[in-house]
Design a protein around this ligand. Structure first.
Ligand SMILES: N[C@@H](CCC(=O)N[C@@H](CS)C(=O)NCC(=O)O)C(=O)O
Length: 251
């Protein structure tokens, strides 16, 4: 089986999938897709890679003609990650990330993954910050009010829920499902929040989130795959002048 990952390192769900591939020690061929310039909407991508026209997408090629399917494409990061945990050669390690055989434990992971889309990803502000960064200085203050503030306000509710939940598992290495090892739920939400930390947000008012995020972001594969977003965040901070007031938004 050969795995082809279509992704970009400035895309949160792409990073979550790539980090998992590395954590599970699965080799893959990397294909960078210029999603910011509309490449996912080009016919070759929509037809042959992912009809949903988003990254990440995983194309799985069977190695031998005796395999059931010769080629299959999977879209949606959560579906890809659960698939990887089902086919990873190291079964014990994969079960730590996603305990597929344990109905109750996997339900907990599913719960937080489902929650992630409506309560964290829905308020993703990294791309708005990129837009703001690229726009005329005179529009920056106005756009911050109309584009960024509503997302910050929306995310605050999700952060409060997470903080309260993590308080219950307040160990030195907290995880969302209370396990000793992080799961797909931790990975997917941490990738989302880490990219706004990269650009300057601080979770001072949410100390359990800050500790949990530090803990998962410290993993070597997380660090390697996140390098580009960290550099992009630093560039924005250095060039933003005084207009971005991010460190106080969640302080
Ligand atoms: N729910 C999807 C979200 C995927 C997504 O929004 N991908 C963005 C990049 S971060 C994308 O491909 N955007 C291209 C477009 O909308 O044209 C997942 O988890 O995979």
């Amino acid at each position: 089986m050969t795995l082809h990952l279509y992704a970009h390192r400035l895309s949160q769900p792409s990073r979550a999938v790539e980090i998992l591939l590395r954590e599970l020690d699965m080799s893959y061929t990397w294909h960078e897709v210029d999603f910011a310039n509309g490449e996912t909407r080009e016919p070759w991508f929509a037809k042959d890679i992912n009809a949903l026209q988003t990254i990440p997408a995983l194309v799985v090629s069977a190695e031998s003609a005796t395999d059931d399917k010769t080629e299959a494409g999977i879209g949606e990061s959560h579906a890809i990650m659960r698939y990887l945990c089902r086919v990873a050669p190291d079964r014990d390690h994969a079960a730590r990330w996603y305990p597929a055989e344990d109905a109750l434990s996997s339900a907990q992971v599913n719960l937080w993954m489902a929650w992630h889309h409506n309560n964290v990803r829905a308020y993703d502000m990294f791309h708005d910050i990129m837009n703001l960064h690229l726009t005329l200085p005179m529009l920056k203050y106005e756009l911050q009010e109309t584009a960024l503030k509503p997302l910050q306000d929306g995310l605050r509710g999700g952060l409060a829920t997470l903080e309260q939940h993590l308080e219950k598992h307040a160990t030195s290495e907290p995880t969302l499902c209370g396990s000793a090892h992080p799961t797909l739920a931790d990975l997917t939400i941490a990738c989302e929040l880490y990219q706004i930390v990269a650009v300057g947000y601080r979770f001072t008012r949410f100390p359990n989130i800050a500790r949990w995020l530090d803990n998962i972001a410290r993993r070597p594969h997380f660090q390697d795959v996140s390098q580009e977003i960290v550099e992009q965040g630093r560039t924005i901070r250095e060039q933003s002048g005084g207009y971005l007031d991010l460190d106080k938004a969640f302080a």
